[in-house]
Design a protein around this ligand. Structure first.
Ligand SMILES: [Zn+2]
Length: 444
């Protein structure tokens, strides 16, 4: 079994069969019927407990409380949260080990270049993983999806040269490569998906829309119970394609690799914050009136406590109406999260969420991949203290071969700072109009 497949099965088994799963499910059943006051009480109880752990065992917070002259015992409730400092990616880029309250070997690590191109590492406890999974399952139940429903997953998997789908029988999942949804492979993929007869389609909206288009172009449709999207903003055109081919509601999920805040769409169409996952603050953006940054304080991760983490994701004002589902979870406005430009490989294939090739590269403070022409890419790097030029180039080249296919041109540029957009954002994947004529093979 290839390593990626083994890893998937292992992760799945741990999350489903972990002995803590029933405790997480019981906790979530209680919060699902809670009143706003009960939810606030839940959050305060968990916040106080996390503050105690962080003040005692996280080097970052121990030093912060001492330096700021704040007695951690005085952080008693949600109103006190504002006394703690805001964190952002830069804290995790430079200080990640100082946040941990237990050895790294007892937790899972995850890496991401995220929305912003700043590369971070984070840690998750088993309980944190169990809660995350239970909350995702709960959202599926709102759409009458039974446990272990047959699900087609389109989330960036690739499986080597001649395989474009892979069955994970233990998980009732069919994984579909996000990078082969072109005319050459579409028939095989559409046939495999149809044979599998899914109840749920789940993954990146850009990939799901490519599958939806391939089905539509072949005159096929495939009604399912729900389409679960995550990791990117869904455009109106993608939404229309998805609705046409799958005849199902779209349940978007919002989260980050840092797992600071979570939100999702309910069966009545409301976009809810999940207050049993974390505390969400909306930070007004002075330069963008009416827009807010999502700031999260996760309540499920005692091994890697983060308070008031700036996600870098923007949101409009929250609706003032109540959701027809009747749950006390607050509603949130439209989230403007990860939005990679669409890339094209040398052979013309569409490449959804291209910044995936940067996600596991170590030793960088910032990273960006730029498409400068068909099959022609530039990787821009800002090294950190652990930077190893050969290792970075080798890993990036390997990722590009794996996700985009061999035969792509790649050019590396080391910078002090990656240029921001006019809105001041660092984006991890962009398309730039290349020069009209190029003197050399790589356009430099
Ligand atoms: Zn609702």
């Amino acid at each position: 079994m290839p390593p990626s497949h083994r890893l998937l099965n292992t992760q799945y088994r741990i999350r489903r069969a972990h002995p803590m799963t029933p405790f997480a499910e019981r906790m979530l059943r209680r919060t699902a019927s809670a009143t706003p006051a009960e939810l606030a009480e839940f959050q305060e109880r968990h916040l106080k407990s996390l503050i105690r752990v962080a003040a005692a065992r996280s080097r970052f917070y121990r030093e912060w409380f001492a330096g700021a002259g704040v007695d951690p015992r005085t952080i008693q409730g949600l109103d006190d949260l504002g006394r703690l400092p805001l964190l952002d990616r830069s804290h995790l880029v430079t200080n990640v080990g100082r946040f941990r309250t237990r050895p790294a070997s007892t937790m899972w690590s995850a890496h991401s270049s995220g929305t912003s191109g700043r590369v971070v590492t984070v840690y998750r406890t088993p309980w944190s993983a169990v809660v995350e999974h239970a909350i995702l399952e709960r959202q599926r139940r709102w759409f009458a999806v039974p446990a272990r429903a047959r699900s087609v997953i389109l989330r960036g998997h690739v499986f080597g040269t001649d395989s474009v789908t892979r069955l994970v029988p233990g998980a009732n999942q069919l994984l579909v490569s996000s990078f082969h949804l072109d005319d050459r492979h579409a028939r095989r993929i559409c046939d495999a998906v149809e044979r599998f007869s899914p109840e749920v389609i789940e993954g990146w909206p850009s990939s799901i829309a490519l599958l939806a288009r391939q089905l539509r172009d072949r005159g096929r449709s495939m009604p399912v119970r729900v389409v679960v999207t995550s990791s990117e903003v869904t455009t109106a055109a993608q939404r229309a394609l998805i609705s046409e081919s799958f005849a199902a509601p779209i349940a978007d999920q919002y989260g980050q690799t840092e797992r600071a805040a979570m939100a999702g769409v309910c069966e009545a169409g409301g976009y809810h914050v999940f207050p049993d996952y974390g505390i969400v603050e909306l930070l007004p953006l002075p330069e963008r009136p009416g827009r807010f940054e999502i700031v999260g304080t996760p309540l499920h991760n005692r091994g890697f406590p983060l308070f008031r983490y700036r996600t870098g994701d923007e949101v409009g004002p929250a609706p003032t109406t109540h959701c027809a589902c009747g749950r006390a979870y607050p509603l949130i406005g439209t989230i403007d999260g990860r939005r990679d430009d669409a890339f094209t490989a040398a052979d013309g294939r569409a490449l959804p969420q291209p910044s995936i090739v940067l996600d596991d590269i170590q030793g960088l403070r910032e990273a960006q991949i730029v498409q400068q022409g068909t099959g022609r890419f530039e990787i821009r790097l800002v090294p950190d203290t652990r930077y190893d030029a050969d290792a970075v180039r080798t890993q990036a080249r390997r990722n590009i071969d794996r996700y985009f296919g061999t035969g792509q041109q790649v050019n590396f540029v080391v910078m002090d700072r990656i240029p921001r957009t006019t809105a001041g954002k660092l984006r991890s994947a962009i398309v730039e109009p290349g020069p009209a004529t190029v003197a050399t093979g790589d356009g430099r």
